[in-house]
Design a protein around this ligand. Structure first.
Ligand code: S3P
Length: 182
């Protein structure tokens, strides 16, 4: 059972200095919100895709296109394991598919992190996906991206917390909301 504070309530993730994992579909704002959340916590953050790029010398998109998604998932799981084991970062932003892999969810559970799903509507994600330079081979067109979005929701809903993302929400507002619930 979790240790309880003076008021009898279980301490929050923030009080326990637990790490916070940000997950959600491509374009939901994981990287920006994780950066802002770390700033508000006066800590650091790691973006898993950037970590992979720094280590492999290739982006997630390049690995997927050159070696296939299966190979990328292996690289991603090893990267996640190393970040969880070695990084002091207070906030970790996953890639859009990381949380959908059961082994990755197990790793995260073993490290006792707070998990937060940024639940953004598909059209908002799609607008962002199609308007940025970031290459996303797993969302090549509206139809494929939509099918992937729908098929992943059940996995995303396994996160401990869900934060609804609407178009006008800023990273600052979303980070404050996450701090109030974790
Ligand atoms: C992926 C999302 C990407 C990146 C890779 C695979 C996915 O990250 O990890 O292209 O499977 O949804 P973002 O969610 O940061 O775009």
């Amino acid at each position: 059972m979790k240790h309880r504070g003076k008021d009898g309530r279980a301490p929050t993730a923030v009080q326990m200095h637990q790490r916070i994992i940000i997950l959600g579909f491509m374009g939901s704002g994981k990287t920006t919100v994780a950066r802002e959340l770390a700033r508000q916590l006066e800590g650091t953050h790691v973006d898993l895709d950037s970590f992979i790029f720094d280590r492999e010398g290739r982006s997630a998109a390049e690995i997927i296109k050159e070696d296939g998604e299966h190979q990328f998932r292996e690289v991603e799981t090893l990267a996640l394991r190393d970040v969880l084991q070695n990084s002091e970062a207070r906030v970790i932003a996953l890639g859009g598919g990381t949380w959908t892999i059961p082994a990755n969810r197990t790793l995260i559970a073993l490290h006792d992190c707070a998990t937060v799903w940024l639940d953004a509507p598909f059209e908002l994600c799609w607008t962002r996906i199609s308007n940025t330079q970031t290459d996303r081979p797993l969302a090549p067109n509206h139809q494929t991206a939509r099918a992937r979005y729908d098929s992943r929701r059940a996995d995303y809903s396994l996160a401990q917390q869900r934060v609804e993302v609407n178009e006008p929400d800023t990273a600052e507002t979303l980070a404050r909301q996450i701090l109030s619930i974790t």
